[in-house]
Design a protein around this ligand. Structure first.
Ligand code: ADP
Ligand code: MG
Length: 209
């Protein structure tokens, strides 16, 4: 069992900011293949601003998550900023009470985050976007919670499912975002946003359980 607090969320967000810094060139290289070579720099700019938020200035996890979402919306110019921003805003509006973070609470928050991303970006599964790593992660988290698994087991299942979803984007043809301009030629390349989303869930599995 793990406790949900602004401090716990801050540990996750700071870890993810470090992971993004380490992978910025990789994410930008993926975006160079099917986009405009800025996904790494977009995510770095946004997550550096998020990592600078002081958890002590927030009353609870919800407040920090909402501020992180607003920070991403306002600092990231690309498509990914509003989408990741919406994800964290929805997490913040779902995880309203601190205390124990259970597998059920985590699954419900992830589902709300996914719904927010879909409402905003209109992508379906199979469109070769970050939805393709997040959707299987949400389903794995929901299945784990329903099966009475621990938060740690649920997070690990979600992370493994996100990695598989990310890998599956290689064979997809992009139907949303800049990569969709390439049509058939987008096939054979891993989606950058699906890659950064899998890294976010991997970070959650290391930090939140
Ligand atoms: P931009 O495309 O504006 O340059 P980024 O390069 O930062 O923004 O992000 C690109 C990623 O955003 C894509 O790899 C894809 O995963 C994701 N993306 C783009 N459009 C959508 C959408 N409508 N719904 C979900 N994800 C999207
Ligand atoms: Mg881009």
């Amino acid at each position: 069992m793990s406790d949900l607090s602004a401090q716990a969320v801050s540990t996750w967000l700071k870890d993810y900011a470090d992971v993004i810094t380490e992978n910025a060139n990789y994410l930008t290289d993926l975006d160079r293949q099917i986009g405009d070579a800025d996904h790494g720099s977009n995510m770095s700019r946004g997550m550096s601003a998020v990592a600078a938020l002081d958890p002590a200035s927030f009353a609870d996890a919800s407040g920090l998550l909402k501020k992180a979402g607003m920070t991403l919306v306002s600092t990231v110019g690309g498509a990914s900023g509003p989408l990741y921003g919406t994800f964290f805003l929805r997490l913040g509006t779902t995880l309203t009470t601190d205390g124990e973070l259970s597998a059920e609470k985590f699954a419900a928050a992830m589902k709300a985050g996914l719904d927010g991303i879909v409402a905003r970006g209109k992508a379906s599964q199979g469109d070769k976007t970050l939805v393709d790593s997040l959707t299987p992660a949400v389903e794995a988290a929901q299945d784990a919670a329903a099966a009475g698994k621990s938060l740690a087991e649920s997070l690990q299942a979600a992370s493994a499912a996100a990695d598989k979803g990310r890998d599956a984007t290689v064979e997809m043809i992009a139907r949303r975002g800049r990569a969709s301009y390439l049509g058939e030629r987008s096939r054979g390349h891993q989606d950058p946003g699906a890659t950064s989303m899998a890294l976010l869930i991997d970070s959650a599995a290391r930090c939140l359980a």
